[in-house]
Design a protein around this ligand. Sequence first.
Ligand code: PEP
Ligand code: MN
Length: 566
Amino acid sequence: MDILPKVAIQGEEGSFSHEAGINYWGNAAVFIPKKTAGEVIASVEQEEADYGLLPIENSLIGSISTTYDALLESRLLITGEVITPISHCLLALGKVDVGSIERIYSHPAALSQCSSFIENLAGCEIIPIYDTAGSALKISKEKAQKSAAIASRLAAKLYDLEIIAERLEDYPKNQTRFIITAKEEGPSDQKASKTSIVFTTLHHPGALFDVLKVFNDYGINLTKLESRPHKIETWRYYFYLDFDGHRNDPSVSEALEELQERTNFLKVLGSYPAWKGSKRHALPTLGSMNDKSHLPLYSLERKGSRTVCTLNDERIGTVNIGGGDFTIIAGPCSVEGRKQLFKTANLIKESGVMILRGGAFKPRTSPYSFQGLEEEGLKLLQEARHAYGLYIISEVISPADVELVARYVDILQVGARNMQNFTLLKEIGKSAKPVLLKRGMSATVEEFLLSAEYILSQGNDHVILCERGIRTFETSTRNTLDLSCVPLLKEKSHLPVFVDPSHGTGNRNLVLPMTKAALVAGADGVMVEVHFQPESAMSDGNQSLDSSLYREFIKQIRWLIDRLEG
Ligand code: PEP
Ligand code: MN
């Protein structure tokens, strides 16, 4: 027997209804895609699905009339609601320019939420179809060139499309409220309930006022009033009303009785818990033993398998971070210039390491220290990427620079000083690039994981955790490298765990032994600083390996990996 609830959603996998469903049930539901509101309702009525999920209103374009109309005709009840942020992306087959797109497909509601973006596209044909994710599916299936879909980030991932523009909505706080429908009402003991009704009024002056007055008399707060045409009786209306309270509350049930006398027709659509942000509502009747959706997104118990971050550029080769290999990232602390970067990149490439680090934006303790070459540095890193065939990681220190840095690098780095820069974490969470998140120098493991949660909660699930030493009373090393957090993090989380023994110790002679220890402790890799001439480095020379120490480092680590595997 299937213990997960079956939920009919309006749209394909990756639609915003699907996102809303994940927001409500987490992974503890089986979603069944349907094309229309009518099909969703039929699926629940015919008991193919236990629940139906339908959009009912959007903060930019208002009510979704098809849902209101479908509700009136059906016998289903509303058993819940979920409010989900909606952010639209432009998806295409490859990394093409928006200007080269000749056709855009999407759901009409999504098209109207992105009206200013669309108005600015000259000569582009706009084609409304049944679903946002359906339009992404169409482009992917038909390999449609010069075409794009307006759909979710999730759809880009599911249908393997590139995001060529994002945040297309006219206003940033775009949200949609969805309702959950079922054959039976949920439990009646819910706190903070809402009730939805639909009615028609008698036909005399003040008839609507008479109805609304009842709510005033019983001190009941109204949250929404909507009218829809009667369809049979021209110029008469159905009024839909949402208010606070459960139909079994004494004041609500008395008010409903009075309403019977003041209306022509009255139907209670349901009493249900009001949505309270991302706290997921337990479904007491179904699968609660298996429901892990209350656990954080970083949790291994919740996900059940480990995250692997794959870098896959055919000109470079594949790297699987967290897939069981021990991955080495190496390079200078800062990008100082072409000669310095290229000499170091050459050394790294020769050693068989595939990821080059280098800071372009440097978060320095003193404002007078070298702050990095900024975009110039990123350009040099990209040149090195092409010249040597190396993946690039570089730090981003400001939310405003995320897009810029993401254009040049394969992995975004968040530095220790920014581990709790929540605005930065949220912005990075919207990027599709993997992120290496460093532990703050005074952060507990719990705080570290919650910072990762910020990124995961925005939809970016490729986070690599990196221990880089914490502040203790000890001053003989730059920081105290907390290697015990490696097995601890692997126990708590599915995310790959790295160690940075360079910043962790501040001493180049300790980098090799601490890397050996990290490897044995179960780390997925290390990030080390290397400089062809450390004595002249503009930052962190003391902890940087020179060419000969680096070659010895690689030799000994390879030897140890072989021993451990054998
Ligand atoms: C770095 O990796 O260059 C860096 C600044 O490290 P951290 O943020 O760990 O100090
Ligand atoms: Mn450094």
